[in-house]
Design a protein around this ligand. Structure first.
Ligand SMILES: Nc1ncnc2c1ncn2[C@@H]1O[C@H](COP(=O)(O)OP(=O)(O)OP(=O)(O)O)[C@@H](O)[C@H]1O
Ligand SMILES: [Mg+2]
Length: 277
């Protein structure tokens, strides 16, 4: 792996604090405090941590859906203030339009809604490419309720990709899927991301998960978060070779990394299972 430290970050979070203020009661929730994080071009960064530690808050801020209360948030040197076509988001709950078909959902990206230089045939070609890429060929005229969970998530992924973003932001995209489908989509994601491409040609991915094995399998680095208030405890480098294959999970190196991350979060994960009120 190239040395990340020598590169200019693609996305830079500098000393970010986010406090939510409830509109009616004025009640304040300090979600994250003083979070600094660099994400590099072409890297696959996973964020893990106990429930409520601020993972989605970080992702939503990078997406431009929420603003930091304090601190600096920049992409390619420019402040992030709003959502943008260069940042694609995939959520856990698919967020597909139920009244649109697979094809219409995928076509919906902002790059296509605005009248641009794309001709209808060029647009069709791009949409077809992404339908094929996520293996939804043959299902393009189906509606979301006619699809399995895995297929819906493939569709959500294709919609994000068809918009041709530079950065993919994924918030627990596989959490609602059964264990086998999840394993298959993890492999698919790495294939589509382009494990074999040089780093400069890859998309930058920020991927949130509760699954430690999932994080180690996918990531170049894993940011481990902690609670009260949310902060980054440590960042682990996953120096496992790519392309990654299923058999990697059984290796001692993989298990060692997964165990090290689990040791970092087990106490808080345990606490989160106890209702003290
Ligand atoms: N819109 C909001 N208004 C008020 N508080 C919020 C809001 N969104 C999140 N919070 C609070 O901020 C903290 C961080 O929430 P966030 O959703 O970022 O955590 P998370 O790590 O993604 O959790 P999970 O693993 O359960 O998805 C929590 O205490 C949560 O209750
Ligand atoms: Mg969340």
């Amino acid at each position: 792996m190239e040395t990340l430290e020598k590169m200019t970050p693609k996305i830079c979070l500098g000393g970010i604090t986010k406090e939510y203020i409830a509109p009616r009661t004025g009640q304040r929730t300090l979600a994250i405090a003083d979070v600094s994080l660099d994400v590099f071009q072409g890297e696959f960064l996973c964020i893990v941590g106990p429930s409520g530690c601020g993972k989605s808050t970080i992702l939503n801020m990078i997406a431009g859906l929420a603003r930091p209360s304090r601190g600096e948030l920049v992409m390619d040197g420019k402040p992030i203030r709003d959502p943008g076509a260069e940042r694609g988001v995939v959520f856990q709950d698919y967020a597909l339009f139920p009244w649109k078909t697979v094809r219409e959902n995928i076509e919906f990206g902002p790059r296509y809604r605005t009248a641009g230089p794309l001709s209808a045939s060029e647009r069709d070609r791009i949409v077809r490419h992404y339908i094929d890429l996520v293996s939804l060929t043959g299902a393009e005229n189906k509606y979301p309720h006619e699809l399995s969970g895995g297929m819906r998530q493939r569709c959500a992924f294709a919609r994000a990709l068809a918009n041709e973003p530079e950065v993919l932001l994924m918030d627990e995209p596989f959490a609602a899927l059964d264990a086998q489908t999840r394993l298959i989509l993890q492999e698919e994601l790495l294939r589509i991301w382009g494990e074999e491409l040089p780093r400069a040609a890859r998309k930058t991915v920020v991927f949130i998960t509760h699954g430690i094995d999932e994080a180690v399998y996918l990531a170049d680095r894993v940011a481990v978060m902690s609670n009260n208030p949310g902060h980054i405890k440590t960042i682990m480098t996953v120096d496992l070779p790519r392309p990654r294959r299923e058999s990697l999970r059984a290796t001692a190196e993989f298990q060692k990394l997964a165990d090290a991350i689990w040791q970092l979060i087990r106490h808080e994960a345990y606490e989160a299972t106890i209702d003290r009120h």
